[in-house]
Design a protein around this ligand. Sequence first.
Ligand SMILES: [Zn+2]
Length: 498
Amino acid sequence: MKAETNAQEVLDAGLVPQLPADRMRQTILGRMKTMREEKGYDRVQSLQALYPHTVYERDTLEVLTASLLSGNHVLLLGPPGSGKTTLAKEIWDLFPKEVFAVADCPVHDDPFSLIDPVYAEIVPPCPYCKANHGGLALDELGSFDPERIKAKDIPVQQVRLREGFGHARVQGSPEVFPDNLTGSINLARLEELGDPTSPLVLEPGKVLQAHRGILFVDEVGKLPRGTQNVLLQALQEGIATPAKSRETFPASLIAVTTSNVRDLANITEPLNDRLANVHTPYPETSASNRKIVDIGLRREGGLLHVAGPFRDATVELVMEWRKRMEQTGDLSEVGSNRTLIDIPKRARSYALMSAADRIDPEDFRRGALDAMEGRIRARSEDGFDENRRLVKAFLEKYWRDAAKRGAEDYWCRFFVGELKEDKAEGVRVVQALRQALGTNGHDPQKVQSLLRSEGGDARVRRFGKWVQETEGLDREQVAMALGGVFHALDSLGAFDEA
Ligand SMILES: [Zn+2]
């Protein structure tokens, strides 16, 4: 169908009216089917593939997806830095963007709102469309009747939903007033034009901007009550009334909201009742946390590679923090996913500053200290100093053991997965690596020759191949990285028992 058309052609093409929730459901089911049939993914894999940039345990993704499939608005509820905002963005990425809209409508109305009596009951058209296409005077808008409209007279455009048109974002704070969500009528403009039904007099707020798509409200509990009530009305009735206007506008949308657990009590009960709560805790397993680190470091080709053992060391350290320390108040950000990604980046920065081609345990310790300290929030100087002492004491006590555990984990995956727990061979591989990489591991050309199938070293090659696959490197990169990986294992103490 043409991009510029009319409502009759939309009907003739066999299209049917769909609410945002219907379109969401259709897309999710379609994607999951494709992944099952074309890639052979199981249920968990296809769920994860719907949200490629976030890592959650299976439970979280299942509850979220089931909520979206049931047509619910959602509240992502979790600690700071647990990836809620990224997840909300992924829901928007998932949402189908191409729609047909009434060509001159200020809130991109669905053509079916004008021509389909049943749909118009659920999602009525805006006052502008009622007046201009329904042939009604201002005081007759209440008697709008889709039966009287000729579909071929309604100009329709294919549009791509985007920010401001089918998508809007609100950052929750006490300064977000009801007008920000509803929008308002520009009285100066009205006086100038003299026509209250002109689309030019409406300044649509976030709720109207999100009509037909997704409204994202970050930290919804921080919105004042009055503003929460506007949101509630939109979710309950699918409408919003701009300030200074007597007319209501359609707001048919999916709301994706987030909150920290500690702000939950600030969300009004009727609003919370409308939101399916999806808990988004930090992932519990090392493997999932390691994935977060990998995703965070993914787009950094060209920089010094952060050797896998340091990534595992980071995971162990942050998980230790989450286990031992409180996750609320001024320290709640310290164990976040952002810290998880920041530690290896900062460790690498220290290595780069000393022009080293590999990261040392001391770089890791300093990087961890910077990343964790940098996320302390405090209401007072005393509180800040006290929290700094806490972080420092924690690191002093636990960093070395946690790092060692991470490195051991890394080696263990090779030992179990590749060497099938052959202890004697394990010792020989370590010897070969020490001999080959202990002194000249920083010379990529030498490493490359060791990795060759002819004239190379079979054991070094075996480990190199495994590292290449595990860390998603190409042949050239692994030659650059292998020395650093061995150094990390060795210096963090992974071979102490061997
Ligand atoms: Zn309209």
